[in-house]
Design a protein around this ligand. Structure first.
Ligand code: BES
Ligand code: MN
Ligand code: MN
Length: 474
C-alpha cells in the first residue's frame, strides 16, 4: 500500500478525519444529528469510528481520547483496521487522512493498523478482489521518512505474509529461498543459498536428517545487510525456522488443522522480512539472517524414533519424536552463527504447540541466555509494536528432562510439562554467545481474523525485530 503525504485534493475523494478534540466535530461535513450521534457514542466508548456514504465519496470519522501508553496506541491500530474494513466493504481503494489535532503517534498508529488490516492473500482467486492501495496523509505532522518507513514496513510484512500463506506444493524450500533472494537483491542486501551439496559439506546433520523423508532439496540461506555506515562492529545474527511444511514425519501429526503447518517457516520468513525492511529503510546496522529450510515428511528413508545423530559440535542427539524437528535444523544454524562472532543472536521459530497452551495467541514466548541486557529493550519493543513477549524461566533444572541414556541429549522432554522451555534448553546446547529465543508458534498464523494481524499469516516478528534493531545500540 502506498502511504504518502497528500498533495492534491478533490471534492470526490474519500476522507478520514482522525480527531481527539470533540470540538472539531462541528467543523466536519456532518449534520447536527450525525455529530450528536458520534458525540454520544464517544462519551460512552473511546475510541470510536463511523463511516458515512456521501454518494460521490465516503467520510469516515475516527474519534479517540488519548495516546498515553502502549494500550491506547494499540487501540488506534485496531480502529485503523476497522476503518479499512469499512472502505473495503464499500469497494473503495484510496482515502485521504486529515488529523487536525496533529498528534503524530496517533496518526502513525491508526495508519499502521489501517494498512496492515488491508492485507489479502488473493493469487488464487479468480473473482476480482478489491485491494486498498493508497492512503494519503494530509498536513506536515509526519516527516516523509516516517511515512516511507511505515510504507516499507508494511510492504515487508505483506511479502512475509504472502510467503507464509503460500502452500508447500507451490513454495518448497528452494522456491522459498529464491523468493527471498529476489527481494533481497532488489534492496541491496546480499543473499547466498546453499543447496544439498553445500549443506553436506558444511556438515549440517540436523537439516539433512529432517530432510531425509523429503523428495525436495533442503536449503540454507544466508542474508547479509552490511551498509558502509553500519554502527556496530559485531553483527546481530537472526536465525529463523524455515520448515516449509511439517507433517510430523513418522510421528505423524493428527489431521485436524494440519493445513496450517504450511506456516512452519514463519520464523524464517520473518527473519527475511526484518532484514528486508532494514535494507529498504537503509538502517545503518550490520545484520545477518540464517534460514535453514526443508519440509518434514514420512518417507522411505525418513528419520525414525530411536535414531541417533551427531551434530557439528560433536553432540549426539537421540531422536525420540520426529515431530520435534525444528530444533534439529535450528541447531545447525545456531552453530553456523558462531563464525560471525555476533554481539547477539535472536532466533524465531514456530517451535512448540506448548507455547499456545501456556499463553494463547496474544504473545510470544521468550527465553534468553547471557542476553538479559538485550531482553529488556526487546520486550519494550514488544510493547511498542504490540507483539508482546513473555519471558519464560530458563532454570538449569529443566536440563534433566533432555538427558538421554544412550546419547548426549534427546530431542523431546521426558515429562509432559514445560515443552516450550525444554525446546529452548535443547537449542542452548548449540550456542556460545548472548542469545534470545522467541517461540512464535502462538502468533504466526491465526485460524480466525485477529484485527490488523489478519487471518492466516501475521508476519509476527518483523515489526518487533525491526523496532528493536533500529533503536538498539548493539
Ligand atoms: N511446528 C510444530 C509446532 C507448532 C504446533 C507450531 C502448532 C504451530 C502450531 C513443531 O515442529 C512441533 O511439532 N512441535 C511439537 C514438539 C513435541 C513433539 C515435543 C509439539 O509442539 O507438539
Ligand atoms: Mn513438528
Ligand atoms: Mn515444526
Amino acid at each position: 500500500m502506498i502511504i504518502r503525504k497528500n498533495t492534491s485534493s478533490s471534492p470526490d475523494q474519500n476522507v478520514i478525519y482522525l480527531i481527539s478534540d470533540p470540538n472539531q466535530l462541528a467543523r466536519l461535513p456532518l449534520s447536527e444529528q450525525e455529530q450528536n450521534y458520534i458525540r454520544e457514542a464517544a462519551a460512552s466508548k473511546s475510541p470510536v469510528g463511523f463511516g458515512f456514504n456521501r454518494y460521490t465519496h465516503h467520510v469516515y470519522v475516527q474519534m479517540y481520547a488519548e495516546t498515553t501508553g502502549y494500550t491506547s496506541i494499540e487501540k488506534l491500530r485496531r480502529e485503523g483496521d476497522q476503518a479499512v474494513l469499512y472502505f473495503l466493504q464499500a469497494k473503495q481503494t484510496s482515502a485521504v487522512l486529515f488529523a487536525p489535532d496533529g498528534e503524530a503517534s496517533a496518526i502513525l498508529a491508526f495508519a499502521e493498523g489501517f494498512a496492515l488490516g488491508s492485507y489479502k492473500f488473493i493469487p488464487y482467486k479468480q473473482k476480482e478482489e478489491v485491494v486498498f492501495n493508497e492512503l494519503r496523509i494530509n498536513g506536515d505532522w509526519l516527516s516523509s521518512f516516517q511515512l516511507s518507513r511505515l510504507e516499507n514496513l508494511v510492504k515487508a510484512c505483506f511479502e512475509v505474509r504472502d510467503m507464509v500463506n503460500e502452500p508447500v506444493n507451490v513454495l518448497d524450500a528452494m522456491i522459498f529461498a529464491r523468493k527471498m533472494a529476489d527481494s533481497c537483491r532488489s534492496v541491496g542486501a546480499e543473499m547466498k543459498v546453499f543447496g544439498r551439496k553445500e549443506i553436506e559439506d558444511l556438515g549440517m546433520v540436523g537439516l539433512l536428517t529432517v530432510n531425509r523423508g523429503s523428495i525436495s532439496e533442503p536449503t540454507f540461506s544466508v542474508i547479509e545487510w552490511k551498509p558502509a555506515d553500519a554502527r556496530n562492529k559485531q553483527p546481530i545474527v537472526l536465525v529463523g525456522k524455515g520448515l516449509v511444511f511439517d507433517t510430523g514425519g513418522i510421528n505423524l501429526k493428527p489431521g485436524n488443522g494440519l493445513d496450517a503447518m504450511k506456516s512452519d517457516m514463519a520464523g524464517g520468513a520473518a527473519v527475511f522480512g526484518t532484514i528486508y525492511a532494514l535494507a529498504l529503510n537503509k538502517v545503518p546496522v550490520h545484520v545477518v539472517g540464517l534460514i535453514p529450510a526443508t519440509d518434514n515428511r514420512p518417507g522411505q528413508n525418513a528419520m525414525v524414533p530411536g535414531d541417533i545423530i551427531r551434530m557439528g559440535n560433536g553432540k549426539t542427539i537421540e531422536i525420540l519424536n520426529t515431530d520435534a524437528e525444528g530444533r534439529l535444523i535450528l541447531a545447525d544454524a545456531l552453530l553456523y552463527a558462531r563464525k560471525y562472532d555476533p554481539s547477539l543472536v535472536i532466533d524465531m521459530a514456530t517451535l512448540t504447540g506448548a507455547a499456545s497452551v501456556a499463553i494463547g495467541r496474544f504473545g510470544i514466548a521468550g527465553m534468553q541466555q547471557g542476553a538479559s541486557r538485550y531482553m529488556k529493550p526487546l520486550m519494550e519493543s514488544g510493547m511498542r509494536v504490540y507483539e508482546r513477549i513473555v519471558e519464560f524461566p530458563f532454570w538449569e533444572e529443566y536440563e534433566k528432562d533432555i538427558e538421554s541414556d544412550i546419547a548426549d541429549i534427546r530431542n523431546i522432554g521426558k515429562g509432559r510439562g514445560a515443552g516450550t522451555i525444554i525446546a529452548g534448553k535443547f537449542l542452548a546446547h548449540f550456542i556460545d554467545y548472548p542469545w534470545i529465543h522467541l517461540d512464535i508458534a502462538t502468533m504466526a498464523f491465526m485460524d480466525s481474523r485477529e484485527s490488523y494481524m489478519g487471518k492466516g499469516a501475521t508476519a509476527v516478528g518483523v515489526r518487533l525485530l525491526y523496532d528493536f534493531i533500529e533503536r538498539e545500540e548493539v
